[in-house]
Design a protein around this ligand. Sequence first.
Ligand code: TRP
Length: 335
Amino acid sequence: MNEKKTILSGIKPSGDLTLGSYIGALKNWVELSDQYDCYYMMADMHAITVRQNPAELRRRTLAQLAQYIACGLDPQKNTIFIQSHVPAHAELSWVLACYTMFGELSRMTQFKDKSAKNADNINAGLFTYPVLMAADILIYQADLVPVGEDQKQHVELTRDIAQRFNGVYGDVFKMPEPFIPKTGARIMSLQEPQNKMSKSEQDSGGCVCIMDKPEDIMRAFKRAVTDCETCVRFDPAAKPGVSNLMQIYSVCTGRSFDAIESEFAGRGYGDFKLAVGEAVVETMRPIREEAERLLKDKAYLESVYADGAKRASYVAGRTVSKVYKKVGFVPKSAL
Ligand code: TRP
């Protein structure tokens, strides 16, 4: 009997993984992988809700896998897979769509934001995105879903869908909880510290990627926006830029905010920004090097995602069979 609780999370390969993905997601995923039975995926099906270049999507999906492993996710301990390799997600998504209201989906803030940003491509996939996400979560009977603040509404909708379905058919789905990490949950843009560091806005200089070269990382930190006070002090409301840099520095060095304030007392922002840049370079270096090495080993990566898809499909298939039976589909013949 497996007593460990189950975790599912994913990142869509719509952009290269950033320092924000590392601090806000991957680093926490690694910490959770001892205590929980973890499923971590590359959400490529979610990525195509926005138009993607096929070759780039393929490249980023594999690069993302290499970076998951390089960050410390052990493919033996965790089930790491590519979403499109487990067709049961799409199957469950269809059924769940029939238990999700048009009005509920219309109220999703991410849908409203993304439709505003992609006014020329407000496709049905963008609208039903949260249903596929509900399928991702419910199909593994996940207890916890580590997500950023921006995805909390989707996990809440997942609960509503599960509750509605369970209300009709009995206890089919486990009720998942969003799990929002306390520290470093939101790494902000280095250029616009009011906004989240975003992998879809990589040209602005506000974003640092895990695979970036040291000189590019240093340049981004040297140019980071601060304020005119010249005092390293943690105050996210009044000093969003400096506070964000402190947050990053704290994660990379393990130092507390108090220790950082004393370290830079009486020193200018120039020194501080250099120190943060260097700390990030040293934190990313082993990850980048290991990811580069893994990317050359296509056979190994293939064995990881093949094994992950096999394990995930087994669990996911069981949920789909149960759901199909509940809604009244004729069971497939064993012949
Ligand atoms: N929507 C998530 C994001 O943009 C990615 C995602 C897809 C996800 N399916 C998921 C996250 C299931 C958690 C659980 O970040």
